[in-house]
Design a protein around this ligand. Structure first.
Ligand SMILES: [Zn+2]
Length: 127
């Protein structure tokens, strides 16, 4: 097996590429947004990975900023009829929300793995 990822920058790159956070080679997803059980290259169990709503929250802030900003500027500068807004912003909303979701989820899982983040547990068990 090749050397595992140990630096933060490599973890971040693997995350954006939706690759396994340990080896950087295996795929993280199966289908559009479903995680695989484990890495097909190094066998890392993805059971630890629970990014929850995290990616969606970041994507919402980012997408909201972009779309609302662009819509406001367009309205103030060009004062277009309303149908122009619908034609412009509905596709843009799809692009800026669905586009970054996978890389953002990959990034959060890579960061969880890098920082060994997990749910809190009681007791003195050591990993
Ligand atoms: Zn792997």
């Amino acid at each position: 097996m090749e050397k595992p990822i140990d630096s933060l920058s490599e973890s971040i790159l693997a995350g954006f590429a939706c690759a396994c956070p340990r080896c950087g080679k295996g795929k993280l997803f199966q289908g559009f947004f479903t995680l695989r059980q484990r890495c097909e290259v190094c066998g890392l169990d993805y059971g630890f990975a629970d990014s929850g709503d995290g990616p969606a929250v970041f994507v919402m802030f980012l997408a909201g900023f972009i779309v609302v900003g662009a819509a406001l500027v367009t309205e103030v500068v060009y004062k277009p009829p309303f149908w122009v807004h619908a034609v412009l912003w509905l596709p843009l909303i799809l692009v800026v929300t669905l586009g970054p979701l996978r890389p953002m989820k990959g990034l959060m899982i890579a960061l969880q793995y890098h920082h060994k983040a997990a749910e809190g547990r009681f007791g003195g068990e050591r990993p």
